[in-house]
Unconditional design. Structure first.
Length: 94
């Protein structure tokens, strides 16, 4: 899905977020509305950016969704947290 991130949000229109208040969102790049509440961090747990999503097979990488999420965080002054999870593993899924 093509997403115009600059059309998605305008950081100047967003209140500064509380650095101690974070949220968890799914599908923020494909339909989930960005919260109106101010927040300081966005946790990407189960957000489609775990190791098997980033490297679906050997020598194949897909950072598109993660890149969109990082850009969304940058535009809204929200820290993006990529926590390790059980699916991190030691290599790509086969």
């Amino acid at each position: 899905m093509a997403l115009s991130i600059s059309a998605f949000c305008n950081a100047q229109d967003r209140p500064s977020g509380d650095p101690y208040f974070g949220l968890h969102m799914h599908r923020a790049d494909s339909g989930t509305a960005w919260p109106k509440a101010a927040f300081g961090s966005w946790r990407l747990w189960d957000a489609g950016v775990a190791w098997p999503d980033l490297q679906p097979s050997k020598a194949q990488w897909d950072f598109n969704r993660l890149d969109r999420y990082v850009e969304m965080g940058r535009l809204t002054n929200v820290d993006v947290l990529l926590p390790p999870d059980a699916d991190l593993g030691l290599g790509p899924s086969d």
